[in-house]
Design a protein around this ligand. Structure first.
Ligand code: HEM
Length: 400
């Protein structure tokens, strides 16, 4: 990657990345992107895209040419009529980003996260005991949402409200895309709960000792600029809720499809640590997001003009055959390092320890209590512009 002005034009594709069928089944589309070139341009929207593993990683590592501060959705935050506000960490570049990240890294330290483990494990037991009592259930709702939408808001210091929190999550990931029907529908639902949202995120509603409380305290101590804490809390909530629900549901689906693996894991948990990583490689929760070219810049000899937006396809990089052997296979023996589901470079996910702990806690409780899982119907995804997530995961559980 250099800032020398290149002479080649990116090959142009007349396809819509946000078409419902593509969101629900993106693999052929990803193949087309990767095989068309190291960088492509979408004729309908004008923006560029990288979908091969190497280019995804190099764009994400080069924050000085591919910045985040104008937004990681398609809407350029500077543009009049933009429908997104910049998040104080994820939509910032150094030096502002560095300072905020340092403060948040101290708050979400592995030690602090471990202190939450007792509460997380206790809730896993409750949720999985309930699942065993139900026998037949929708694991996406009755396990993943039921669990994450309780433990994660509580650790942040927010009072859980499952139904409203799904609306907030869907809006967050729909608003990263264009103003399409998915976006408008989400926006309408969000308007319906705006009073609840205002009250829920106000400082008075935050539980003392929680992650959000510590963020507010850092602002009081002058470590964060005045007015940053509320946006930062929202960034943690947005980044950490629906992504983890998505990853946990995918892990349950992939295990439900493999009864022999379930039986092996029940006897020997040594491969359990790999399950969540491999699930989010295959079914990358945030399939793509954006960077902005901060000056004229080249990718593999193709000119990306200043201010152009580049869509970075994590979900495609995670299945690029240039990087992965048998990329579509769920394989717990592959080297797990290197997937980009948590991003790459200076913005790499700050909450991944929390996500892993939550998922492993639930899967452990399931393996302890459930002899067998059977799928009782098709797994159905919910279309969301920038999130791959299961809506229905009908299963029957046979308690041990
Ligand atoms: C499976 C679950 C998760 C996935 C797939 C995920 C994914 C990501 C990705 C791709 C990024 C990079 C964004 C970028 O490059 O612009 C990111 C950043 C971030 N994530 Fe996560 N995340 C997960 C869970 C969490 C959790 C539980 C938290 C809890 C606090 C969290 C908080 C954050 C924050 C604060 C950032 C911004 C970091 C920065 O900009 O420096 N995430 N996440």
């Amino acid at each position: 990657m250099t800032s020398v002005v290149g002479s080649m034009q990116a090959p142009s594709l007349d396809v819509d990345p946000w078409k419902i069928e593509t969101l629900l089944n993106p693999w052929e589309f990803h193949h087309l992107l990767r095989e068309t070139g190291p960088v492509v341009q979408f004729s309908r929207y004008g923006h560029y895209a990288v979908a091969r593993y190497d280019q995804v990683k190099s764009v994400l590592s080069d924050w000085s040419h591919f910045g985040s501060r104008y937004g990681i959705g398609i809407s350029d935050i500077r543009a009049p009529g933009s429908w997104r506000e910049a998040g104080p960490i994820v939509e910032a570049d150094p030096p502002n980003h560095t300072q905020v990240r340092n403060v948040l890294s101290k708050i979400i330290s592995p030690k602090v996260v471990r202190a939450w483990s007792k509460a997380f494990h206790a809730e896993s037991a409750v949720v999985i005991d309930r699942a065993c009592a139900l026998g037949q259930l929708n694991a996406a709702k009755d396990i993943s949402e039921a669990y994450i939408l309780k433990v994660f808001p509580e650790s942040l210091g927010l009072t859980p409200h499952a139904e409203n929190m799904v609306i907030v999550g869907d809006f967050n990931f729909n608003s990263m895309g264009p103003r399409n029907a998915l976006f408008r529908e989400s926006e309408k639902k969000l308007e319906g709960i705006s009073d609840w949202l205002e009250a829920a995120r106000s400082r008075e509603a935050i539980e003392p000792g929680s992650f959000a409380d510590q963020v507010y305290q850092a602002e009081d101590a002058g470590e964060l600029a005045k007015g940053t804490a509320s946006g930062l809390m929202l960034s943690m909530y947005r980044g950490g809720t629906d992504t983890t629900i998505s990853g946990l549901s995918s892990a349950i689906l992939l295990l439900a499809e493999r009864p022999e693996l379930w039986a092996t894991l029940r006897k020997d948990r040594s491969l359990l640590k790999m399950v969540f990583g491999e699930a989010i490689r295959l079914e990358t929760p945030i399939q793509s997001y954006f960077r902005t070219a901060m000056s004229d810049v080249e990718i593999e000899g193709v000119l990306i003009p200043q201010d152009a937006r580049v869509q970075v396809f994590l979900g495609s990089a995670n299945r690029d055959p240039r990087q992965w052997n048998d990329p579509d296979k769920f394989d717990l023996n592959r080297a797990m390092t290197g997937h980009v589901s948590f991003g790459f470079g200076i913005h790499q996910c700050l909450g991944q320890v929390i996500a892993r702990m939550e998922a492993e806690s639930v899967l452990t409780a399931m393996l302890d209590r459930i002899e067998r899982i059977e799928l009782t119907g098709p797994a159905i995804y919910r279309p969301v512009n920038h999130l791959r997530t299961l809506q229905d995961l009908p299963i029957r559980v046979v308690p041990a």
